[in-house]
Design a protein around this ligand. Structure first.
Ligand SMILES: [Ca+2]
Ligand SMILES: [Ca+2]
Length: 353
């Protein structure tokens, strides 16, 4: 009996030593970038981080690094408790049309090395998001005060540093800075798509064309298109395999170079980009409605494969009468054929509603 008691004591001692050794290794808690919005009144970028646990984390010395911006360094003594949200003002660092945020552990508070060979003074990337023309996540429309939000919230332990940002981030018109996110998840490729973009290049008006690939009509009331500058509401009914064209001047497409399409549930169904594209007035899918629906620039939107410059046919099929997608307009900066350009919003509605 006494032997068993001694064994138990010895085991407890060994376990205690093991825990002491573990506590000297890296913290195991997961800290996330969780939400971002630009505060127009402060002209500042506000970033929310979340500790999904287990355990508290000392963020002192950690860094938020933006694309081309100045590093934000968390002050020493910044303890993020298990389960807490923290919003920090990093100043005006983020380009509204796109960029990235990286959360970095500077490892200075860490002594020794862990199994991955991390050393004090090194930088360890904890989390990252790329958005707008720089990655899959959408740029939050700055004029609306909307945020870029993780979905689901970080407390659900979604993947850190996701390669497919478009599936883990969306915009939230009603930000929740300092608390759990409640944005709607995306449903990319599940319905109507941006089938064509016409870019005004500073004169005239930007347009988008929506194609409905579904076998039933879709009421576009309260649907909206979004860019890093603003949102623009759509309207009307687009028939099965039909087209509808919308002037979208607030989106500033020649500057923002990306458009995202949302349904009334504020779930994102499509995204297209033209950054890096050959110069043209129009860009269109061929065949109509072709994938992918998760692009953020010309190439990731199917550039040269299903997404082409020079397809100018607002309100009608990009495939032409022969179905062969005449792309002879590539690189042609002349105005598109006026015969296919709706002359006014009223005419668009008359034609396509
Ligand atoms: Ca939040
Ligand atoms: Ca078209």
């Amino acid at each position: 009996m006494s032997t068993r008691i001694l064994s138990g004591f010895a085991m407890t001692t060994v376990l205690s030593l093991c825990f002491a050794a573990l506590s000297a290794a890296r913290v195991e808690a997961s800290v996330y970038l969780n939400e971002y919005r630009h505060n127009l009144a402060l002209d500042s970028d506000i970033i929310e981080v979340h500790n999904s646990g287990p355990g508290d984390v000392d963020l002192g010395g950690w860094i938020i690094r933006t694309l081309g911006g100045t590093d934000y360094v968390f002050p020493s003594g910044t303890i993020l408790l298990d389960g807490d949200y923290l919003a920090v003002d990093i100043g005006d660092q983020i380009d509204p049309i796109g960029g990235q945020m990286i959360l970095i552990d500077d490892l200075d508070s860490f002594t020794g090395s862990d199994e991955s060979g991390n050393r004090p003074g090194n930088e360890l990337v904890i989390d990252r998001v790329r958005f707008g023309i720089a990655g899959g996540a959408p740029a939050p429309p700055r004029a609306t005060g909307a945020s870029l939000a993780r979905v689901p919230d970080a407390s659900a332990n979604p993947p850190l540093i996701p390669a497919d940002d478009e599936n883990w981030w969306t915009i939230d018109p009603t930000p929740t800075i300092g608390g759990p996110n409640d944005a709607q998840s995306s449903n990319l490729g599940a319905g109507p798509v941006v089938n064509e973009i016409r870019v005004a290049h500073g004169t005239g008006t930007d347009w988008i064309e929506v194609f409905n690939p579904l076998p039933s009509p879709v009421n576009l009331g309260d649907w909206f298109a979004s860019s890093g500058h603003n949102i623009w509401f759509l309207e009307g009914v687009v028939p099965p395999l039909g087209f509808a064209a919308f002037a979208v001047p607030g989106l500033d497409l020649s500057v923002t170079r990306r458009v995202d399409l949302f349904n009334p549930l504020i779930s994102r169904l499509d995204q297209k980009g033209i950054d890096g594209a050959p110069p043209a007035d129009c860009y269109g899918l061929c065949p109509d409605g072709a994938p992918p629906s998760n692009g953020y620039n010309y190439l990731t939107s199917g550039g040269g494969d299903t997404w082409f410059p020079g397809l100018c046919s607002l309100g009608s099929s990009n495939q032409g009468s022969g179905g062969d997608c005449d792309v002879t307009g590539i690189g042609d900066e002349e105005s598109p054929d006026p015969a296919v350009e709706p002359s006014s919003w009223g005419e668009v509605k008359r034609r396509f509603r």
